[in-house]
Design a protein. Sequence first.
Lengths: 275, 354
Amino acid sequence: MDRVSDALNPGTGGRVVRGAVLAYIGLLVLLPLVALLQRGLAGGMDALWQAISAPGARHALTLTLWSAAVMTLINALMGTAAAWVLVRYRFPGRTFLSTLVDLPFAIPTLVTGVMLVLLYGPRGLMGDWLATSGLKIAFAPPGILLALLFVTLPFVVRAVEPVLLEQDPAEEEAARTLGADAFTVFLRVLLPPLLPAILSGSVRSFARALGEFGSIVVVSGNIPYKTLTAPIYLFGEIEAGDPQAAAAVSLVLLLFAVALTYAGRALERWAGVDA
Amino acid sequence: MSIRVDHLYKRFGDFVAVDDVSLEVESGELVAFLGPSGSGKSSILRIIAGLERADSGSVFFAGQAADHLHARARGVGFVFQHYALFRHMTVAQNIAFGLRVQGKSRADQGLRVHELLDLMGLAGLGERYPRQLSGGQRQRVALARALAPQPQVLLLDEPFGAVDARVREELRHWLRRLHDEVHVTSIFVTHDQEEAFSVADKVIVINRGRVEQAASPADILDHPATEFVARFIGDANVYEGKALGGVVPIGRLEIPAAGVTDGTEVSAVLRFYDLKFWKEDQGIARVVRTMTLGDRVKVEAVIDDGPVIYSQFPRRSSLLAGIEPGCRIHIEVTLARLYPKDAGILVSTTPPPA
């Protein structure tokens, strides 16, 4: 660390640039954080707790957390399967499939929401069929789940893929010649090296889902106590002129996000060590 | 446990990897499958292990057909070229894997692991992870892991291909010594003839999915059964020619071919060390250059009205006296092997002329 900074430190000029960058990033990142903490904690812990446990806020937070959790479970499973198929099989359309996996990151999230409404909404492509079968997707929790799955699709796939690429299929063959059945091969040989990557991809999708706004605001219908998620609740409170309530819920989301980011980093280090 | 392979046939798409292969390995033997890459030798090994399924043909262990047996039920130890160690397990856990799968007690696993670590010269490395070991150590761990469940058969697929020359030499000694101690029926695949000849009791030469010759190293060197074996094993000059009056003329060089019908088209294989060059102004060839290869000297000459020919001599050989680029030489063929074009099978080795 010292050696690097010494080598790159050209003296006074360097110190000026360094100071400027520090100030810039401090102003950009640190100051807003201070503002949030100040406002969120202004009324003391009691006020904070009250704002969070207001029925609307509580419901929005719970909805956000559980929909993110369900999405993460599905993502861990299907993302790993997708990575497996992409790495282990050669088939026509494989490159296309790989492009599709990355597409959700390129599509503006609002557009994602619009696409889902056009497909599942009351006058959408599948609207009639959904209406007769009694299934409700758009403007209901399943819509939220689909939106979250869509926008987080690449996380697990792209985390697991490089680890799978590194894995020698001969390891599975070795296990088989040593007497292991298919289930044992999966559990003892295949899964353990993938686990850190699966977990880190899952944590990233979860963190991303906590703050997802664009796709959900279109597809969920934003019905309080039904389909109103935390980020959209925040937005509503700001619009309604209650920054106090917004700050409280924001703090909770922030806490989760920061904790998850660090958990994710730790998992990646673990994955790096084991790879 | 003896192994018998009967009329094995395997294709991948349009490529015939194994073409009607039959062979036998006796109980306790150490056998090498020797052949160029892509010759199908690894496919045969993998079929024996149950990792690959033959399109037709059978594999027998101790006389019992094993075709229906899954790889895990064959009791075969397999060593892979790139080790295939379990990266997330320690050396000890790797070695214990087969025993753990069998449900052996922790105490039994520990005993066997210790025994093998000692046998393999890996004592003290049990708690390391594979990435913390050298290539040679990793391959010994792989060998220990394969041996742990006391397999009846040990199969090694290019086991020394991924390590450098010195370690390879060391591992060869290991394998030979290990085999003399444990006596497990073993087959290893290699494209390195020196490796095959220095380690194996029996060498099976494989080319284009077929067995060319199965014999002791000495037999293969002295009596190559096919043109391929004669070309592939050892360093040799190979010429195409037509028999005429008891010889095959190649330029002004006359290769002895007593008993071969006039007009027969043959491939003549002349080993470097079956040729004698000596300086003679009225000779039939001209020396182009000499190359010193350690303790031997390789001489390159051009036959008058003919192609290039090589020979090799010990550095201090009296035959080298006066041989230098530009000088003229006479060539004596002490041993030639002729393979008629249509058959490809050896018809005549020519004893040195009296």
